[in-house]
Design a protein around this ligand. Structure first.
Ligand SMILES: Cc1cc2nc3c(=O)[nH]c(=O)nc-3n(C[C@H](O)[C@H](O)[C@H](O)COP(=O)(O)O)c2cc1C
Length: 411
């Protein structure tokens, strides 16, 4: 290369860096804030037109799909910054996540998922059941001042239909940087196993997915049955047997078990021991049961910011506080992969989750409904700014930062 072309290349690099800095400082914030504000205005307007939140969501989804075809890409599409990845050590298999932000399990519509993925988020599919189900009667979802109450009751297509919808979506080809988690539900052990096999056996997407076993739904008769002790038995044999048989089908694939914030600390630790024995991670947590004067069932699960402190406390319990219990102190839970879910909404929450011991992407539920631009894009870019400022190139390096920096995000 001649000296003049070397100088030219250096100048090009400098200009590119300069344009990139201007874009991030001046253009991107406007782009994100404008998209976020527009979304929130439309959401409030649509909500005001319907008595039942589910009807408002259907209309909102219809409009979002229409907009995604008609609006310019720059309003809906955002790159994931390169410095916020997370490598998860799943019992000695390393799984790479380009972003540490993930949808919680609630969305079943793949068209909506593909739109949210354009903003840069991993995906957790709504729990699949073996047979098609209607769920509970309306009203089964209500927005309160600060969060949702829901008693949807796991409605949706059969696991067979879910699988064919997933295959058709080609999510893993369109978004190779993002991972999918498939949530498995059931009423009996056999039903869970049927759903797992349906979504697992001979599928084209297996290397791109994790599984999540939902044994903590508070809105169906049997949603938490697998986490109960059988009469006359003082261990959690139901869960033990389920996990054992799932591991007979696939001994290696990343699998998480989603637990309830309503379980006692002691019960969470007993279940964590079973998960560890079967090389499984844990999701902490599902919705918290609350009585409700709106829902047809008289009660349901709460989603929203009030879940945050309990979720952080439970993640920290399994990660390190278990050592304070004589019964568990020698069990080396530190390595259990932990996904946090509950009231998460900002970049600060992701950093607090890291401090608590949450070492897998953070799942967000209510925050996604409220403002996906805030939850996904602001969090991704907020984390990127944090990493840049502190000179780290991935979120794994967060743990090597000085105590004073990490301490700002106390559990
Ligand atoms: C409408 C709705 C549907 C949900 N469906 C499921 C589900 O199918 N499976 C599941 O494991 N959790 C489900 N959840 C619970 C969420 O995945 C999440 O655990 C819960 O909302 C707590 O997170 P958040 O406080 O960030 O919302 C649902 C929540 C809502 C609001």
């Amino acid at each position: 290369m001649s000296i003049s072309s070397e100088v030219q290349t250096e100048n090009d690099d400098e200009s590119r860096k300069w344009i990139d800095r201007i874009y991030k400082k001046a253009v991107l914030p406007i782009q994100i804030n404008a998209s976020s504000a527009t979304y929130k205005i439309f959401r409030e307007y649509i909500k005001s037109k319907y008595d039942d939140y589910e009807d408002a969501k259907k209309e909102g989804d219809r409009l979002l799909k229409k907009c995604s075809k008609e609006l310019p890409d720059y309003l809906m599409q955002f790159d994931i910054p390169d410095n916020i990845s997370l490598d998860v050590d799943f019992y000695e298999t390393i799984i790479h996540y380009k972003t540490p932000v993930s949808l919680a399990s609630y969305e079943g519509d793949m068209d909506i998922v593909l739109i949210l993925a354009r903003m840069g988020v991993n995906y957790t599919k709504k729990t699949a059941m073996r047979d098609e189900g209607k769920g509970n009667d309306p009203i089964r979802m209500a927005e309160r001042e600060d969060g949702f109450e829901n008693a949807i009751g796991l409605p949706g297509p059969s696991a067979e239909a879910v699988r064919s919808e997933l295959e058709k979506s080609r999510f893993w080809e369109k978004y190779p940087d993002l991972r999918m988690t498939l949530s498995v539900g059931g009423s009996t052990k056999e039903e869970y196993l049927d759903v797992f096999r349906e979504l697992h056996d001979d599928v084209p997407y297996l290397e791109y997915v994790d599984f999540e076993i939902n044994v903590s739904c508070p809105n169906t008769d049997d949603g938490q049955k697998l986490c109960e002790k059988q009469e006359g038995c003082d261990t959690y044999e139901n869960l033990e047997k389920l996990l054992e048989e799932i591991r007979e089908i696939d001994n290696d694939i990343p699998i998480y078990v989603k637990l309830s914030p309503d379980f006692s600390d002691e019960k969470i630790l007993e279940l964590a021991e079973i998960c560890k024995r079967h090389k499984m991670g844990i999701v902490l947590t599902n919705t918290k049961y609350v009585d409700s004067d709106v829902l047809s069932t008289g009660g349901g699960g709460y989603s929203g910011p009030k879940n945050k402190e309990r979720a952080l406390q439970l993640v920290n319990l399994v990660h390190e506080k278990y050592k304070e219990y004589d019964k568990y102190s020698n069990l080396e839970f530190d390595k259990i992969p932990l996904k946090i879910c509950g009231g998460m909404e900002t970049c600060e929450d992701v950093l607090r989750a890291q401090n608590a011991g949450g070492n897998v992407p953070v799942q967000m539920g209510y925050a996604m409904f409220k403002d996906p631009y805030g939850a996904i894009v602001k969090t991704n870019y907020g984390l990127s700014k944090f990493c840049e400022k502190n000179g780290i190139s991935s979120l794994n390096d967060f743990h090597d930062l000085a105590k004073e920096v990490r301490g700002k995000y106390a559990v």
